[in-house]
Design a protein around this ligand. Structure first.
Ligand SMILES: [Zn+2]
Length: 326
């Protein structure tokens, strides 16, 4: 993969907003928090796209809600970070229409519509207020399946890169494919590497769009004062959603040509770049030297060391028993 400009770009902080889970499937973001662009800026943990975002149980609305509370909304209303242009000549996959319909259904509730209109009226800059589709792009809620869709696209982008780095086989890539938006290119294109690069470019560049070189002028003093790292509900001042930030995290690994590894623990096998806390400290003990870099974490290394030890002991015992037999 080629990366331009070939250097890493600092990750902006994300600013999670207050969010509640409604009807077991909608993430409702607090309008006041959205107005001021979130209240608790936090740095994005290392390898978030490889770890928490990849571990997240996408069938569990509670887990998705917890993730959104901790890191922010993965995805924007209007799906502006997804490679929708890739669908140009293909019919909308059923899964996608179902998600879109569930969003539109929620607007059918007059109470939701009224509350929503009141909440968003003050959030949108005048120009956006005039032009924005009032239901689809400027809402303050996400269906959990929209979050899941973004997470799946991001996971597939990660898998494509893993395949290109020889950390996944073509079979693993195809059988583990998760998102219904971008399908693997037809096998009539014989070069699997080319197909993978093409898809990765399609997905990642759409997510990276907010980070292109650009200038902007704040429309109002209030907008100028607002933090610039949050973007949900058409807030005019910031363009960086969590999904885009995670695309940048992946792009930064591509820029540094980082090796992508598989955790050596038999029960983990996680893709990772760097072990979390490569040094090790047992409570009350001093720092030990760096440990094996083949594991994604010390916990995994400890577990596997134990397993190897027990396995070795079993083998030794079996050998001893065998030799003692007449
Ligand atoms: Zn591991």
């Amino acid at each position: 993969m080629e990366h331009w400009p070939g250097v890493q770009v600092p990750l902006p902080a994300v600013s999670p907003m207050k969010v509640s889970l409604v009807d077991g499937c909608f993430l409702d973001f607090d309008p006041e928090d959205a107005r001021c662009g979130g209240r608790r800026p936090r740095t994005v943990p290392d390898e978030l796209y490889l770890r928490q975002a990849r571990d997240l149980d996408l069938g569990d609305p509670e887990a998705i809600h917890a993730f959104a509370s901790e890191f922010g909304p993965l995805g924007q209303p209007g799906w502006t970070e997804l490679p929708l242009h890739a669908l140009r000549n293909t019919p909308l996959p059923v899964e996608i229409s179902v998600i879109q319909q569930s969003v539109l259904d929620r607007f059918e509730d007059p109470g939701v519509r009224a509350a929503h209109t009141a909440a968003t009226r003050n959030l949108l800059p005048t120009e956006r207020r005039r032009n924005a589709d009032p239901t689809w792009t400027s809402r303050l809620f996400l269906h959990v399946n929209e979050v899941a869709l973004h997470a799946r696209v991001l996971r597939d982008a990660t898998s494509l890169w893993a395949f290109l780095r020889n950390a996944l086989t073509e079979d693993e890539l195809t059988s583990g494919w998760q998102n219904p938006l971008i399908r693997p290119l037809p096998a009539t294109v014989p070069d699997a590497d080319y197909r993978a690069r093409y898809q990765l470019v399609t997905i990642l560049n759409a997510g990276l769009r907010p980070f292109q070189v650009h200038i902007r002028t704040p429309a109002t003093a209030e907008e100028a004062a607002a933090p610039s790292y949050l973007w949900l509900g058409g807030h005019g001042s910031g363009d960086y959603g969590l999904y885009s930030v995670l695309c940048l995290q992946l792009a930064n690994h591509i820029a540094e040509d980082a090796p992508l590894l598989r955790c050596s623990a038999e029960d983990c096998r996680r893709l990772f770049v760097r072990k979390l806390d490569p040094r090790y400290r047992k409570p009350g003990r001093r720092l030990r030297s760096p440990r094996s870099a083949a594991y994604c974490s010390n916990t995994c290394e400890d577990r596997q060391t134990q397993r190897n030890y027990r396995e070795g002991r079993r083998k030794r015992e079996a050998a001893t028993e065998g030799s003692e037999r007449p």
